[in-house]
Design a protein around this ligand. Structure first.
Ligand code: ZN
Length: 123
């Protein structure tokens, strides 16, 4: 099972690859953690107050790292670009190297993800 430490590693790796280290530089308080409860059909959310929150079903090992990374990347973009899915946001989203693969995986596994019981006792 993934842990919060894994999420932090993903965020740090994405910072180096896609943000040139500016996330840590400009948003030193940006936190990442599991969502407390399932929030409709969303796999991630961002707010200035709570930082990045990731759906607990993404802790399952059968969810591939490239998909979890794509969700973390999407939420990190919200911290930098803003809350709207504007044109600039959608363009930036496609910069993720496995964006297309992640979209296909999400499409093929959406039902399984939504049906999965969120794991309890995550660290
Ligand atoms: Zn979004």
């Amino acid at each position: 099972m993934r842990s919060t430490a894994d999420l932090r590693e993903y965020l740090d790796a994405l910072d180096l690859c896609y943000f040139d280290g500016q996330l840590a530089e400009d948003y030193p308080e940006l936190g990442i953690r599991w969502m407390r409860a399932r929030t409709s059909a969303r796999f991630g959310q961002y707010s200035e107050a709570r930082g990045i929150e990731i759906s607990r079903v993404l802790a399952y090992p059968w969810v591939p790292p490239f998909f979890v990374l794509s969700v973390v990347y999407h939420e990190a973009l919200h911290a930098v670009i803003g809350l709207e899915h504007c044109y600039r946001f959608r363009q930036a989203e496609r910069a993720y190297a496995r964006w297309y693969e992640a979209s296909v995986w999400e499409h093929e596994n959406c039902a399984r993800l939504l049906a999965a019981e969120p794991p309890k006792g995550l660290r």
